[in-house]
Write a protein that binds this ligand. Structure first.
Ligand code: HEM
Length: 166
């Protein structure tokens, strides 16, 4: 139980913290820098962020649903009828949707834009303009989804923070 709670709170804090840094600081800064950001993004990828972040999120989710199951003593529907259960449950659901959006929309958009940015230097001049436009489109989609993911995660964090006092 101690290990489960530790893993949940520890990796949950890392997940929200990493996403907040990415959404509020890293993405706007990269958009400002423009084409020069390619090298930096490649260096970031070598540190395996696209692998580490989903693992951190998965540990939080699995431990969270496990904790919820234990807290409910097998009667999840009953727990959901209490204010505390509603907060843990809705926060958990928000975190799950955030994870799915991250995997299905955000991650592919970012990976494709990074691959395109890396290929810009070797592209023919007329192809370069087309690829740059595609990169902008993908980054805009990534930024937009990043905000939605962030709102869901902040809701989850807030709900978890107060659930026991409701
Ligand atoms: C963004 C992701 C998440 C974050 C940052 C997070 C954060 C936290 C924190 C800080 C606590 C401690 C609250 C306290 O002791 O009063 C907690 C507890 C809890 N969380 Fe989460 N959580 C997340 C996702 C989830 C998910 C997906 C579920 C699944 C339903 C969940 C279920 C729970 C439960 C049941 C507890 C109470 C554990 C206990 O009995 O002590 N959490 N969470």
């Amino acid at each position: 139980m101690l290990v489960l709670r530790f893993a949940h709170v520890f990796f949950g804090a890392l997940w929200v913290g990493m996403m907040a840094f990415q959404t509020f600081f890293l993405m706007p800064a990269l958009a400002e820098v423009g084409p020069d950001s390619g090298k930096f993004m490649a260096a970031l990828m070598r540190r395996r962020i696209p692998v580490i972040l989903p693992i951190v999120a998965l540990i939080t989710l699995v431990s969270g649903f496990w904790l919820f199951q234990r807290l409910s003593g097998g009667a999840a529907a009953g727990l959901m009828r209490t204010p505390m259960g509603m907060a843990f449950g809705s926060g958990g659901a928000a975190a799950l949707v955030a994870f799915l959006l991250g995997i299905v929309v955000l991650r592919p958009a970012m990976m494709r834009s990074i691959a395109l940015a890396a290929s810009l230097a070797s592209a023919a001049p007329d192809d370069r303009a087309k690829r740059s436009a595609e990169i902008q489109r993908l980054r805009a989609r990534g930024a937009m989804t990043g905000w939605v993911v962030m709102i869901l995660l902040l809701y989850a964090l807030g709900a978890m923070a107060v659930a026991r006092y409701l």
